[in-house]
Design a protein around this ligand. Structure first.
Ligand SMILES: Nc1ncnc2c1ncn2[C@@H]1O[C@H](COP(=O)(O)OP(=O)(O)O)[C@@H](O)[C@H]1O
Ligand SMILES: [Mg+2]
Length: 457
């Protein structure tokens, strides 16, 4: 028996285990399972939920992505159980698949003659996947030159990344690297045009981490969190070729920056998004700033629409995505990557507060306590605003801005929270209710209209 198959069978056997107390049926308390010991753990604890190490007797499992691959398909989940990933979230979060899906969506829109919308799918830097696209890349490089960045497709925290301006540097990498045309296990890379003209603050490069919560891909239901942060490098930016190897100047990952001798531990070299927005408002005015923030929101939405046709929707799943976005000096935002497991560890007190509040608002949206009607959708909960639902964008005509991204997050109101907690909890849905909900969702999907955007104001 192949190793993988044996492992899957063993997993299936162990999951047949039934808790002899039978506590999963109808008990009042919410039980969570997770191996993480960071802000998500604290968020669960702060709600008075109980941790469990039981294999399957939990209400919410904040799992690692490996669990989704190895176990999710082999177990039966009760209608109320929730997990924090979609089965194939790598369609959005693996660097090569993301670009493949974005390109496909653009082509599809062109085919449907929706040329204006197709033209708006231009928010990722030109990308090729190596080794497969090497010839295409070399042709493009010879034609246009410039600076490029190499990134392993499935890595994170800046690992394995390097910049180059000469094709010989890639040839050198090719000869040193495990990558050989006949080596099936060779790690694939994306090679991407480097954004060499970033928008700078005090001479330093930054990128932004923005959080989006998807509660369903069919139909797409997406919330965007108002707060987020900009992560700065600690070396002033230069695009001189001689500085290309300086990761402290070019890569904004905290994992890299914190190893610099002069890393600023107090600020974590971060600004919250609101601070950045205020800075930009004061320098460039409200129209230009609102446009950039709105474009960032639209990048997030369009990337989700691009993967929607291939995502395996499941009513037990939701996902909190961490978007990496950069702005260039012409005020154009660029999508760098999407993370399915954005870091929830905090490196400053402000960072801790931001993440804890964000996760608490996320748990309000998920509504594990079942305080709301099953089919009700809230437009705003804490810092999360609904941006897309039932095939259309959700806009707030009363707001002077076209997006809440970067706006103040409402502080949690303890009285409102107490009132919400005092609302009676709905009973756990029965199997018949769950079947009805699946049928309703299927009907909606069949009759779904093509996506349309409401005109922006
Ligand atoms: N095309 C690019 N142009 C400019 N900077 C980039 C580009 N791609 C990545 N970076 C920088 O490198 C960092 C790491 O890249 P990213 O794609 O997010 O990989 P990782 O998964 O390792 O975080 C980004 O946060 C950004 O600072
Ligand atoms: Mg990243």
């Amino acid at each position: 028996m192949a190793g993988e198959e044996r492992e899957a069978r063993q997993t299936r056997c162990s999951l047949d285990y039934k808790d002899p107390s039978g506590r999963s049926k109808g008990r009042g308390e919410i039980r969570f399972k997770t191996s993480f010991r960071n802000t998500i753990y604290d968020a669960f604890q702060s709600r008075g939920w109980k941790e469990t190490s039981s294999e399957m007797d939990w209400d919410i499992h904040w799992c690692e992505r490996d669990w989704m691959f190895g176990t999710f398909d082999h177990v039966h989940l009760e209608s109320w159980q929730r997990v924090n990933h979609y089965r194939n979230d790598r369609e959005l979060c693996r660097k090569d698949l993301l670009v493949k899906n974005l390109k496909r969506q653009k082509k599809q829109l062109e085919k449907e003659k929706r040329t204006r919308e197709a033209a708006l799918y231009d928010f990722w830097p030109t990308t090729f996947v190596l080794p497969g696209d090497y010839a295409l890349f070399a042709e493009e490089f010879k034609r246009s030159g410039g600076a490029w960045i190499m990134k392993p497709i499935g890595s994170c925290q800046g690992r394995g990344i390097f910049l180059f301006t000469k094709l010989s540097q890639v040839s050198q990498w090719k000869s040193e690297h495990r990558w050989k045309p006949d080596n099936k296990d060779a790690e694939a890379y994306v090679v991407q045009r480097y954004i060499a003209n970033p928008y700078l603050v005090a001479g330093k490069k930054f990128d932004m981490r923005i959080y989006a919560l998807v509660t369903s891909f069919a139909p797409l239901t997406c919330y965007l969190y108002r707060a987020g942060f900009a992560r700065f490098t600690n070396v002033r930016y230069s695009n001189a070729t001689a500085d290309m190897n300086n990761a402290f100047m070019h890569l904004t990952n905290v994992a890299i920056q914190k190893t610099a001798g002069n890393y600023d531990k107090d600020s974590g070299q971060k600004w919250d998004l609101r601070q950045l927005k205020l800075f930009m408002l004061s320098k460039h005015g409200s129209e230009a700033t609102d446009r950039v923030f709105n474009e960032m929101q639209m990048i997030i939405l369009r990337s989700l629409l691009a993967v929607q046709p291939v995502m395996i929707n499941d009513k037990h799943c939701f996902e909190l995505y961490g978007y990496d976005i950069m702005i260039d000096d012409e005020f154009k935002p660029w999508l760098i990557e999407v993370n399915a497991s954005p870091s929830l560890s905090a490196n400053t007190p402000d960072d801790y507060e931001l993440k804890l509040q964000m996760l608490n608002s996320m748990l309000d949206v998920i509504d594990m306590d079942r305080r709301r009607d099953a089919d009700s959708v809230e437009h705003q909960l804490g810092g999360f605003d609904l941006i897309y639902h039932n095939g259309a964008m959700v806009l707030d005509p009363s707001s002077a801005y076209s997006t809440f991204l970067g706006a103040d997050c409402p502080r949690p109101d303890p009285r409102a929270a107490a009132k919400a907690r005092s609302r009676p909890r709905k009973p756990k849905p029965s199997a018949a209710d769950a079947a009805k909900a699946v049928l309703a969702a299927a009907k909606l999907k069949r009759g779904a209209k093509p996506h349309k955007y409401y005109k922006q104001t």
